[in-house]
Design a protein around this ligand. Sequence first.
Ligand SMILES: [Fe+2]
Length: 441
Amino acid sequence: MSTDLTIEQLRTRAADHLMRARARTAALTDAVDEDDLVRQHSPLMSPLVWDLAHVGNQEELWLVRDVGRREPVRSDIDDLYDAFKHGRASRPSLPLLGPAEARSYVREVRDKVLDVLDAATLEGTPLVQDAFAFGMVVQHEQQHDETMLATHQLRAGAPVLDDSPPPQAKVRPSHEEVLVPAGEFTMGTSTEPWALDNERPAHPAYTDAFFIDTAPVTYGDFLHFVESGGYTQEQWWSPAGWQHVQEAGLAAPQFLTREGDHWMRRRFGVVERVREDEPVTHVCFYEAEAYAAWTGRRLPTEVEWEKAARWDPATGRSRRYPWGDEDPGPEHANLGQQHLRAAPVGAYPAGASPLGVHQLIGDVWEWTSSDFMPYPGFAVFPYAEYSAVFFGPEYKVLRGGSFGTDAVACRGTFRNWDFPIRRQIFAGFRCARDAGAEELG
Ligand SMILES: [Fe+2]
């Protein structure tokens, strides 16, 4: 979004985003019956009804109470929906609001929030400047919508979500990898109005010359590794990865099974043949790292990923997105749960970066080799619980968003993080390698 909106335009924009997020939340929670709403579909996930009321509770805390300075709607339930107090595995045993109660709670909160938005000045303090707090709440809800989409993928039973096919491949990227020259570029942002604290501030970052894949690794590519015995060959795995692959008994990306001569995948309740040209999805960091090692390469660092995505060699500046500064449109990237899968490689030529790197935004989150750490000059804003408490080597950074990420929660600078063993998220990867002196001409 651009910063030169009038206050009234900003208000309308915030209200539109709030409405869009809520329509998605409603679609995800109305698609299943009450049993499915309160059941835990995996110990990794909350019951859908927890996510629903948690979204409303955070909205109440941040907008009704902090921004609006209004009376609490329901302070008695704050503890139940505090993600830090109760891990996902324990949430089903809490005295949660039932589906009807949760729905009426989030409706009541939203009515108050629309009043707060009407009355808010949207300038003066950093929390309301450019409607930041409203943007933060919108992104939080959309992030939970993506989490709920992952719960849908883990849910057993018949398909319930609308599934329209993604676009076909339009081009074949002309090279498998491109050279990114050594040098500094501007990483992160100080100007994107709804960027979260961990994306800030803009700062110079340096890389040596490296090669990066022009497309995410596909199922076809990855299954060569599987079929050549990669999961049983220690030499491709880091010590932690090797231990995990054995303990967890991993043998292929999640949701894949072998039937006769074919690999089949269960995808939101549909079992279908795996598409070879589709980016591999549902692999953990360790699987990504092992595949890269098997091909003689490595995962990109977070700095390398962002340079390949944003740096424009013609101007030397960093773009908001690979394709330029415009907000994502349907021609640029597979975002926003328009399709329930990643699109084949080559489906979004209009979204390529100046260096010719495709599908950096949308399709699948991409694992990087980097730990989730603060940028130089990082300042907590507005709450330490948003990202600061997660900084450290236990989390790896993922970039670029997936088909389940809404555009409002996806920027060239956006940083996601997760444990290296997680694979219920819509994550894949691409490979990189150092550029040898002889390749630099
Ligand atoms: Fe949350």
